[in-house]
Write a protein that binds this ligand. Structure first.
Ligand SMILES: Nc1nc2c(ncn2[C@H]2C[C@H](O)[C@@H](COP(=O)(O)OP(=O)(O)OP(=O)(O)O)O2)c(=O)[nH]1
Ligand SMILES: Nc1ncnc2c1ncn2[C@@H]1O[C@H](COP(=O)(O)OP(=O)(O)O)[C@@H](O)[C@H]1O
Ligand SMILES: [Mg+2]
Length: 164
């Protein structure tokens, strides 16, 4: 039996346009399960403008920054911690390219292709790297004990190694 690859965490958002539609939201949770992501934590929240500007600070000054913050404060949305081997890369691959109109041409089976509306209202977010995921998990889930989770991963891999 090959050793079990280590699990990884990523921060996923189901943005307000999607969360407002309970049928589409249920379908997305089914996609998450079908793609074998484990939901380690989840919350539904409503952002202030300050929250949105803090999270998307890297885009301050870009032409779409105001409309992005307006979109992200337009309603409640889901924040999830997803766990899977290669969770960061797999979730980014599942949601697809940033712009849904292009995704519908280049990546038609991705979630942004299926559910995204426009370049700004693209319905999903996924952390883009290990450090980003750590920061974004801390941003949404300050109560989540990431160090403890990492210790548990080390223990799990030791146990599975000794079983080999
Ligand atoms: N470089 C640049 N691109 C722009 C500007 N304004 C709009 N665009 C781009 C953004 C989108 O990729 C595309 C369509 O713009 P829209 O105003 O329809 O924005 P978007 O598609 O994000 O729709 P939405 O804001 O959700 O209503 O054109 C701009 O001032 N500079
Ligand atoms: N050219 C654009 N026009 C409108 N909105 C954009 C554009 N580029 C990015 N955005 C919005 O800003 C968010 C963050 O952008 P970025 O980090 O580049 O993409 P991603 O969310 O795929 O990592 C995007 O999810 C989208 O909502
Ligand atoms: Mg990004």
């Amino acid at each position: 039996m090959p050793p079990r690859p280590p699990a990884q965490l990523t921060l996923a958002l189901l943005k307000p346009d999607l969360t407002a539609n309970s049928i589409k939201t249920a379908k997305v949770f089914a996609h998450i399960q079908k793609n074998e992501f484990n939901i380690v934590a989840q919350k539904k929240l409503l952002w202030s403008k300050r929250d949105a500007e803090a999270f998307y600070g890297e885009h301050r000054g870009k032409f779409f920054f105001e409309r992005l913050c307006g979109y992200m404060t337009s309603g409640h949305f889901h924040a999830l911690i997803l766990e899977k081997p290669n969770a960061i890369q797999d979730w980014r691959a599942l949601i697809g390219p940033t712009h849904p109109p292009r995704a519908r041409i280049n990546a038609p089976s991705t979630l942004r292709s299926l559910y995204g509306l426009t370049d700004t209202r693209n319905s999903f977010h996924g952390s883009d790297a290990v450090d980003t995921a750590k920061n974004e998990i801390g941003f949404f889930f300050p109560e989540f004990e990431l160090d403890r989770w990492e210790e548990e991963q080390k223990h799990r891999s030791c146990v599975s190694d000794t079983k080999e």
